[in-house]
Each structure stands twice: as C-alpha cells, then as structure tokens.
Design a protein around this ligand. Structure first.
Ligand code: PMV
Length: 328
C-alpha cells in the first residue's frame, strides 16, 4: 500500500506548446525530449490515510498544486476499482535551489509511478505516462529515460496520448545539456496560461503546430545518426518558432530577457569559432545549451561570461524507478 519512486526532469528539443483539451492536457502537436540526470524528484505514496495529505519539499501543497496531485491520485483510485481511500503523498526534489528548471515533470512522473505501485497496479510505462500527463503535460515524457516522444494521440479521452522511448540514455552518452540560469525569479506567465493565450489569440498558432509535428521525425533521424550540428540547428529553430507564436499572441507574450538574446547571439559567434553549442528555451529566460562532453566546460564558461548566475551540467538520464527506501 506504500511505494516510492524517483524520476528525472526532461527538456524538449521539439517543444509542446498548446492544448487541444485543457482538462485532460491533450496537446495539439507531438513533442520530443531528453530525460536529464542527475537532478531528480523522489515521491512516496501510501493509500489508507484519514484524509488526502500532499506535502511537497517540506510544505503542505495548496490550491492548484494540490488539485493536480489529487487528480492523479483520483485516476489511480478509479483504475484500481475505487476502494483505496485517501492517500498521503510526500515529495522531495534534489534540484539546486536556483536550477530554473521546472520540477513538475519529474514530480508528476515520480508520483504516477509511486501511486500505481502503491495501488498494486502492474508497472506499465504507457499507463504511467498517461497518468503523469494528467498532472503536467511534459511529465508524461519523464517516465522513461533517454529520448522520449509524446505522441499527441487522436482520441478525445486521451488514452492514446502518452510518451514512448525512442532511444535509451545509452544511445548517445556524450550528449550534454547545460542549463544557464540568467534569472532566478519565478516566471510571470505560467506555461499553462501562456499556452492558452497563444492558442486562443496567436495567428501563427496553426503554423507552429503543423511545423512542430513535421520536425519531430527529422529530430529522430538526427538523433539516430548522432548528428549534433543537425540536432542543434533543429532545436534552435523549434525554440525560435515556439517563442515566435507566443510573441504574436494578444497581448504579446515574451519570455526572453535582454540577457537571453545576448547569450543566444554569443552562441552564434562561438560556433563560427568552432565550438559546437546550440540552445533551446522553455517558457522562461534561461537557455539550455546543447553540446557534447568535450565542450561542456566551454559551454559553462560562455554561459557565465554572458551573465549566468548558476549553471547546471546534465547528462542523459534514465527511467523513473521504484525505490525500497520511503520518505515516511
Ligand atoms: O507541461 P508543462 O505545463 O510544464 O509545459 C511545458 C512547456 C514547455 O516546457 C515550454 C515545453 C515542453 O515541451 O516541455
């Protein structure tokens, strides 16, 4: 009745931006990401409590954070036949305080795996991915390691909208992602609100969704060939296009800061000088640099030279796993 799981975050190379169903978190397009080590979130779930209790990083969760966790627990209870009762959940991330990386992907992936095990449901990456998706879209890509593709699916109930692993973390161990923290502040517009505004008001939205879907098989081919230059170029143009559709929203939405553009510009110059380094950018000002093991130190140095207050160097990470040690 009690189980604990550990999961890693992921960063998308072909981004997810925009939902066709806000409640079920169903996307308009497919996306592709790399699971990242060493950062992780560990979560313990036990059914059979007096009331639902949700504790994240030492605080009792409230509001939408709590609601999203309860949603996932509710779906597990339904799948297990509805006889499990309230649950206690405790979750802890080992992210550096200023990682600037959303821990929600790792958090909901760990929750999905732990809650299914605590409910006695068989380990099933597909079912865990659908479940994690109900908490946070990108979390469905953190159930497995390496490169995961979130297939948008066609069904209205979301049963075919989950992530599948395309290549394990062992496929390309030399690949590196270097997170450049330019600004530690909470972003002003959460991705969930930014996406909604973009879908509803950006005249470029349909073009974005069509293009991202078409880029995905190209990204898979480049990963297959371990073509860093090709993948770097694809990841940059996909990030630019995601941000371009947000710029065109009404009111306009920009997650970039002047320092973000400064760093991006600097990367171009560095590439001309022979350093293989590219960027991707989520819904915030902090770029994630894509490079290889031989250049991660150079990537960190150039991020710091462009104003990064913190840098986190990451390698391809593995699957979400069950642990025998519990948090309570
Ligand atoms: O799943 P959410 O609500 O954290 O949204 C993630 C959106 C991006 O990080 C910008 C892109 C992505 O695919 O992860």
């Amino acid at each position: 009745m009690k189980a604990t799981a550990l999961a890693h975050p992921n960063i998308a190379l072909v981004k997810y931006w925009g939902k066709r169903d806000d409640a079920l978190i169903l996307p308009h397009q497919s996306s592709l990401s790399l699971t990242l080590s060493p950062m992780s979130v560990t979560t313990t779930v036990e059914f059979g409590a007096d009331t639902d209790q949700v504790e994240i990083n030492g605080h009792t969760a409230k509001g939408s954070e709590r609601d999203r966790v309860l949603r996932v627990l509710e779906a597990v209870r339904a799948e297990a036949g509805g006889k499990l009762g309230p649950a206690r959940m405790v979750s802890r991330g080992d992210f550096p305080a200023a990682a600037g990386l959303a821990s929600s992907a790792a958090g909901f992936a760990a929750l999905a795996v732990a809650a299914r095990a605590a409910a006695g449901l068989a380990p099933e990456p597909r079912a865990a991915s659908v479940l994690a998706r109900l908490g946070s879209g990108s979390a469905c890509r953190s159930i497995q390691g390496g490169f995961c593709e979130w297939r948008k699916g066609e069904r209205a109930d979301g049963a075919d909208s989950f992530a599948v692993q395309r290549f394990s973390e062992a496929h390309w161990p030399e690949l590196r992602m270097v997170v450049a923290i330019l600004n530690r502040d909470e972003k002003e517009v959460k991705s969930r609100d930014g996406m909604k505004l973009t879908v509803e008001t950006s005249p470029y939205y349909a073009a974005w969704a069509k293009d991202a879907e078409a880029e995905l098989p190209r990204a898979v081919e480049l990963i297959q060939r371990k073509d860093l230059q090709g993948l770097g170029a694809l990841s940059e143009r996909n990030a630019w296009r995601m941000h371009a559709t947000a710029f065109a929203a009404d009111p306009p939405l920009s997650y970039m800061h002047p320092a973000t553009l400064g760093l991006i510009e600097h990367l171009r110059e560095q590439r001309k000088k022979g350093t293989p380094v590219w960027f991707t950018l989520d819904a915030g000002p902090n770029p994630v640099l894509l490079t290889d093991a031989a250049h991660e130190v150079a990537a960190e140095a150039l991020a710091r030279a462009c104003g990064a207050v913190d840098v986190v160097r990451c390698v391809p990470g593995g699957d979400a796993v069950l642990k025998s040690e519990h948090l309570f």
